[in-house]
Design a protein around this ligand. Structure first.
Ligand code: SAM
Ligand code: DTB
Ligand code: SF4
Length: 320
């Protein structure tokens, strides 16, 4: 099915309970409703980034209170991965505050980290900024499972959020990841002051990728002091539910991740997001630089809702 902006807006604006019901129907057709993919985030290089992403505490130009550090060692990464795996995460996502990957020693070290974590039987994901086709291939050869590269918002709204690169730069990296045979993870953020059309526009771009991304993270902005978006009001949970449900309906096979912003969501709110088709979370008490509910809290939530963490390397159950 090929979506248009109008059709996506119509889905987004469906009466709320009707929308959740429709999304849940699609969800059950393509996914096992009790399974949730659990990823753990690790910031392997924090802060000092040259880009001007208005939401980001790691951009060097904003004065934020974060613990800036250079690239971690492989040993530090393996120890963090072991902890995450023991706690129940099947995927480790390593993030670096880089504009793009450069062909230097740091990149060679990242390739070694990917090999090690893959060797532990975990799915390895990286988010390192822009990549060339060759770099994507090197990551694939090292055993990379997925690459995260968000488009963040609509094409029209992009320059209001980021000026140091273009929407096309983003799409180009996603293409390079695809060519290397690595699973694509791409989504965005709501609560940055965007319009409903921008939200639908972002989903339109993602749904038009061929094939559609295997995973789509939906983040609620975490406003960080010192960034241009520090005073943005809290995203209503209903917007999050609508966004998750719409992503679920327009990209039926995709894993929709209820990503940043969960510390300010109630359990009831999160339950509605799972009903609306979210089937993945970031677990562990830290996202990249900001707080997240801790593992035990999330396992309690899973128990309460009757959810179980999905094993590594298991395909989503596709309907025929
Ligand atoms: N530098 C790389 C890049 O930009 O692709 C990788 C790391 S970057 C921090 C990964 C993603 O985190 C961004 O694309 C954005 O969607 C999300 N993100 C960053 N800061 C955020 C915030 N304050 N609230 C919600 N999401 C955020
Ligand atoms: C994604 O979409 N969200 C994650 C992950 N991909 C890399 C990052 C969220 C970051 C939230 C702000 C922070 O902790 O710095
Ligand atoms: Fe840098 Fe990524 Fe943050 Fe943008 S989102 S400032 S590219 S770390």
């Amino acid at each position: 099915m090929s979506w248009t902006l109008e059709k996506i807006l119509e889905v987004y604006n469906t009466p709320l309970l009707e929308l959740i019901y429709k999304a849940q129907q699609v969800h059950r057709q393509y996914h096992t409703p009790s399974e949730v993919q659990v990823s753990s985030l690790l910031s392997i290089k924090t802060g000092g980034c040259a880009e001007d992403c208005a939401y980001c505490p790691q951009a060097a130009r904003y004065h934020t209170d974060i613990n800036v550090h250079k690239l971690m060692t492989k040993e530090e990464v393996v120890s963090a991965a072991t902890k995450a795996k023991t706690a129940g995460a099947s995927r480790l996502c390593m993030g670096a505050a880089w504009r793009e990957v450069r062909d230097n020693r740091d990149f060679d070290n990242v390739l070694e980290m990917v090999k090690s974590v893959n060797g532990m039987g975990m799915e390895v994901c990286c988010t390192l900024g822009m990549l060339t086709e060759e770099q994507a291939q090197k990551l694939a050869n090292a055993g990379l499972y997925a690459y995260n590269h968000n488009i963040d918002t609509s094409e029209e709204n992009y320059e209001n959020i980021i000026t140091t690169r273009t929407y096309n730069d983003r799409l180009h990296t996603i293409e390079n990841v695809r060519k290397a045979g690595v699973s694509v993870c791409s989504g965005g953020i709501i609560g940055m002051g965007e319009s409903v059309e921008d939200r639908a526009g972002m989903l339109l771009t993602l749904s038009n990728l061929d094939p559609q991304p295997e995973s789509v993270p939906i983040n609620a902005l975490v406003p960080v002091a010192g960034t241009p978006l520090e005073n943005q009001p809290l995203v209503p949970i209903w917007d999050m539910v609508r966004m998750v449900a719409t992503a679920r309906i327009v990209m039926p096979k995709t894993t929709v991740r209820l990503s940043a912003g969960r510390t300010r969501m109630s359990l009831e709110g999160q339950a509605l997001c799972f009903l609306a088709g979210a089937s993945s979370i970031f677990a562990g008490d830290k996202l990249l630089t900001t707080p997240n509910p801790d593992f035990n809290e999330d396992m309690e939530m899973f128990k309460l809702f009757g959810l179980t963490p999905k094993e590594a390397f298991k395909e989503v159950a596709h309907a025929h």
